[in-house]
Design a protein around this ligand. Structure first.
Ligand SMILES: *Cc1c(COP(=O)(O)O)cnc(C)c1O
Length: 393
């Protein structure tokens, strides 16, 4: 039987009557952009995350863009962000005219290496964007300490990590802004593009809200140049149906991750990454000497497992494993095959592949397995059996 990387129909199908009802409510209201549905979802999201304010926007990418605009980041400014992340993190920095300054990643938690971030600081550094990659919090105490010490603004890219916690606090609520994506494959998926900003700072919230609608305040009078970053009422209504189920989705993802780890760790040459090897804030990463290294959730973190991403070591081995999985009908994905410092669009920044050794190496080693909440346990067993076959082959 084939195992799909994702099955969005399973989750939305289970809620079909409620989603239909919400759709009809919006259809009959005739109110399609912002309005009461968006207000209601923003209140529910603020309550869920513990943020003082939540602002619904058009996508997770636009959330980052609006955050940068609200913080006044622009030409001449440098913004620290990981090289090993989705493009949007750095793309938004470039779009406001600032310069992304890349930072290497930790091979254990996959998040930005704080010692490297400290090294790349200059008098022009204006902000830092930690990304909570794959659903696990970055080392925020270190990020916030660095930011305080150098007067930097902090935007948490929590696109993959809504609901994840760091020492009991929700990610996205620790910096100046947190940004969330409701892209259909994220842990809370809309039925199209959608995103949100979180902040505890009322002045920043007001600024972001004005920027969301062309910098207009009052109507047709523009104090600043903003854009159309509005959230559709329809997406807000769909998200309001799904939000009450979010903790159930997270519990299922955690069960799935635990099952993968339990089964795969039994195989010869497979080891779980060691939290104590995390190089982000401490002395540096050690390395298990294994062919496959499994992901680990740190004790202080509530991991929400947007991805279950393992490392396959040895030249060409990851690609060989992916081809093997594909040949046996098993879906997988590479998040991400080329780090941002090696992307053609950033060539003018003058980085060399080896400038970020871990980002470069991780791009060749990582592979993400199917972990969506509704995947049957037997399918996870099947994936693990195929990986066992691959290691024997
Ligand atoms: C998905 C994602 C985004 C962008 O979100 P969209 O809603 O697709 O615009 C930004 N950053 C990271 C890390 C992401 O995974």
């Amino acid at each position: 039987m084939n195992v799909n990387l994702l099955d969005l129909k399973a989750q939305n199908g289970a809620l079909e009557p409620e989603l239909q009802e919400a759709f009809m409510r919006v259809l009959r209201s005739g109110h399609f952009i912002l309005g009461p549905e968006v207000d209601r979802f923003e209140r529910a999201l603020a309550e869920f995350t513990g943020a003082k304010h939540a602002l619904g926007v058009s996508s997770g990418t636009d959330a980052i863009l609006v955050a940068l605009m609200a913080l006044g980041v622009g030409p001449g400014d440098e913004v620290l962000c990981p090289s090993f992340t989705f493009f949007a993190t750095a793309g938004c920095v470039a779009r406001v005219g600032a310069t992304p300054v890349f930072v290497d990643s930790c091979p254990v938690c996959f998040n930005l290496d704080l010692r490297d971030a400290a090294r790349r600081m200059t008098p022009r550094t204006k902000a830092i964007i930690p990304v909570h990659l794959f659903g696990q919090a970055a080392e925020m105490e270190g990020v916030l300490g660095l930011a305080r010490h150098h007067g930097l603004r902090v935007i948490e890219d929590a696109a993959q990590a809504m609901g994840a916690t760091y020492h009991g606090k929700q990610v996205g609520t620790l910096g100046d802004f947190g940004t969330i994506s409701f892209f259909p494959t994220k842990n809370l998926g809309a039925l199209g593009d959608a995103g949100a900003l979180l902040t505890n700072d009322t002045a920043l919230f007001e600024r972001a809200k004005i920027l969301r609608m062309h910098g207009m305040d009052p109507k047709y009078y523009h104090q600043v140049v903003g854009g159309n970053f509005r959230l559709d009422a329809l997406q807000a209504a769909m998200l309001s149906v799904k939000l009450p189920h979010f903790n159930g989705y997270t519990a299922a993802r955690r069960r799935n991750a635990a099952l993968y780890t339990e089964r795969l760790a039994q195989l010869a040459d497979v080891e779980v990454a060691r939290a104590e090897d995390c190089g982000c804030a401490t002395s540096g990463a050690g390395e298990p000497n294994a062919r496959i290294i499994l992901p680990v959730a740190y004790p202080a973190n509530g991991h929400i497992w947007n991805q279950y991403t393992l490392r396959v070591t040895g030249a060409g081995r990851r690609d060989a494993m992916r081809a093997y999985l594909t040949s046996r009908g098993i879906g997988s994905e590479i998040y991400y095959p080329l780090p941002l410092h090696e992307q053609a669009c950033f060539a003018s920044l003058g980085y060399k592949p080896e400038d970020f050794p871990w980002a470069h190496r991780l791009a060749g080693e990582v592979i993400s397995l199917p972990i969506y909440p509704e995947i049957p346990a037997e399918q996870i067993e099947q994936v693990c059996a195929v990986i066992a076959d691959f290691l024997r082959a």
